[in-house]
Unconditional design. Sequence first.
Length: 227
Amino acid sequence: MSRIRLTLATALVGVAALTACSSGGDGPASADGPQKKEEKPAAAPRPITEELSQAHLSQALLGDGETLPGWTLHDDKSVTDGQYCNGSRDDDSVPAGWVRGSDASYEYNGSTVDMTHIHICLFKTAEDAHRQYVAWKGTETSKQQKPKVPVGDENTLVINPGLSEDSVYGYVRSGKVNIRVRTEGGTAGDPSGTQAVLAATLKRLQELQDGKAATVTAPDEQAAARQ
């Protein structure tokens, strides 16, 4: 009997030792609580690389209720002819690499004294788009400024270009798409509206490229830029 009791005692000591080791290993994890997974930052929207359809370009243009307060569509969204994607107003030729485009105009509180115009131009390659982007923004470097919240691969705001007054022109290139926003009438002192329209239009294109609905609005972009 003594031998049986000795063997049983030895076995119990071994079990206790194993239990202690196991508890010791789990101790720090229980004290600290469950470990949280490291959150990865959201991926930046990718440049426009797909050959988007005419319908996509039209959907990316802001509609009533999607642009800034007081602004409404003037007539309908239109298909842009190639020459209107050319960087020179004196050149009626279709720029090299042009694929398709879409445009829309907006009036402020029912008046055409103040107008905003948006053009979206799709090209075959990013190089074609870059060449026209450079021509679009012009050479008046003293009037050019970088937006506070940059979007796309290249973007520029031009305050009162040429002989214009109280106007802001905004340009952005993302991959092989160019977007131009011209806002005329009392806006030169605050270009944030033009920037918001420019950013919203590009982000809507990015949503469509990813197979989603176009949901971004200009008021959303303006509010985000002010935070």
